[in-house]
Write a protein that binds this ligand. Structure first.
Ligand SMILES: Cc1ncc(COP(=O)(O)O)c(C=O)c1O
Length: 435
């Protein structure tokens, strides 16, 4: 265990947990009983001075790492100019520049527009609002295992009941779930397309469907990758019926999959894209980017928000774009992905429980099964691996409809040495969790 001798001992994790339990509701989950004191790059130090390698990146928010100097500098400079005017009242250039630069990076041979909100769920809600306004239709189709946020519409679109939806209904009407391709669990692309036909036959006619929304790689759902042929089939279906295709890139965006947006790898373009998380390296901002003729449909005043597109977050997001170019982080994302695949495949050779190593770019996961039997997802082992990892100084995240997936969202700026060290700790945690 590495301790930082320079850190004053502020309080213990146990003391802070006791205060947290007394003051905060149980529904606000916390994966580890750890409180951060400081963080840098791909490392976090807790209030007791213990050091961790961060393989979670604040749930896909830190592709550029903790406190990247260029981002910190840009935010400090913005703080010295102004930090809030409300864009809809008195506007500011960084917002417009960010929209221009994100539009230039979004696929699709058509004119585009972009605007900003504060959270991923808000971006998803806005994309659906725009699709409904543009089509004058109501229904939305999402996918089983998908995750789109914790607001009422976000929950309705989310395809996993516990813990996201349980007890929170009724949900907004006219939301339907199709199957997401998942060969490991017996769902082919053809099955997924057939499930859409079933919705059109059993639930709602395509002429009433405003949008189909999908994650290019399901994040919370388990890092299942939508094959390009699936995206292409959806594009065709949407074109046939005048449906808006929305790519929810809140988790996949900002270089995680080796391209700025994962949908660049589809060979077809969505009409609308949502982004959040790593687009501003930890400052709260989200985006809807898409076809201008669709984006312009809501009436003036129908879109926006008091904090939406905050100047500090815009400055951070512009710095993130610069850092990606200067440090060639897309190439780095692919290289990290290769190292993760190699390291995790080597672990799979030693542990029969790992039955799948999958992902796109540096968005990589392993899926665990009892005795390697793919009929028996092993959520308990997954939990134990995470618990053993944190003891050893590695922050890991689990996910998956069956809670048996360990996902890696390490900063793309991570050094080879830290990445290697983290993989060794993951191997140690797995071995300890099995014994
Ligand atoms: C694909 C996707 N959409 C939407 C959200 C919701 O984002 P937020 O938590 O910022 O509201 C998430 C969060 O994990 C996500 O992964």
């Amino acid at each position: 265990m590495h301790r930082d001798p320079h850190l004053p001992k502020q309080s213990s994790n146990a003391d802070l947990m006791a205060r947290r339990r007394a003051a905060l509701p149980a529904g606000l989950g916390q994966t580890y009983e750890v409180f951060a004191a400081r963080a840098e790059g791909s490392e976090i130090w807790d209030v007791e001075g213990k050091r961790y390698i961060d393989f979670a990146g604040g749930i896909a928010v830190l592709n550029t790492g903790h406190r990247h100097p260029k981002i910190v500098e840009a935010v400090k400079a913005q703080l010295d100019r102004y930090h809030h005017t409300c864009f809809q009242v008195v506007a500011y250039e960084p917002y417009v520049e960010l929209a221009e630069r994100l539009i230039a990076k979004t696929p699709g041979p058509f004119a585009k527009k972009a605007y900003f909100l504060s959270s991923g769920a808000e971006a998803v809600e806005n994309a659906v609002k725009i699709a409904r306004a543009a089509t004058q239709r109501q229904a939305v189709i999402a996918f089983g295992g998908g995750f789109h946020g914790r607001t009422l519409l976000g929950m309705a679109l989310t395809g996993k009941v516990a813990p996201y939806k349980a007890g929170f209904g009724p949900f907004p009407a006219e939301i339907y779930h199709a199957e997401f391709p998942n060969p490991l669990h017996g769902i082919s692309v053809a099955d997924a397309m057939r499930s859409l036909e079933h919705i059109f036959k059993y639930d709602v006619e395509p002429a009433r469907v405003a949008a189909i929304i999908l994650e290019p790689v399901q994040g919370e759902g388990g890092f299942y990758v939508a094959p390009p042929e699936f995206a292409q089939a959806l594009r065709k279906l949407c074109d046939q019926h005048g449906i808006v295709l929305i790519a929810d890139e809140v988790q996949t965006g900002a270089g995680r999959t080796g391209t700025w947006l994962a949908c660049e790898q589809w060979g077809v373009a969505p009409d609308l894209v949502t982004m959040a998380k790593s687009m501003a390296g930890g400052f709260p901002i989200s985006a809807v980017i898409g076809k201008a003729e669709i984006m312009d449909k809501p009436l003036p005043g129908g879109l926006g928000g008091t904090y939406a597109g905050n100047p500090l977050a815009c400055a951070a997001a512009l710095a993130v774009l610069d850092v990606f170019e200067e440090e060639q982080l897309l190439e780095r994302s692919l290289a990290i992905g290769q190292q993760l695949f190699a390291g995790l495949r080597a672990l799979a050779q030693q542990h029969v429980e790992i039955q799948d190593v999958r992902g796109l770019g540096s968005m990589v996961a392993i899926e665990l099964f009892k005795n390697g039997d793919t009929q028996q997802p092993d959520a308990d082992l997954t939990k134990r691996v995470c618990a053993e990892a944190i003891k050893r100084g590695l922050v890991l995240l689990s996910c998956g409809v069956y809670a048996n997936v360990i996902r890696i969202l390490v900063p793309i700026t991570v050094s080879d040495a830290l990445l290697k060290e983290g993989l060794v700790l993951l191997g140690d945690a797995l071995a300890a969790a099995k014994s």
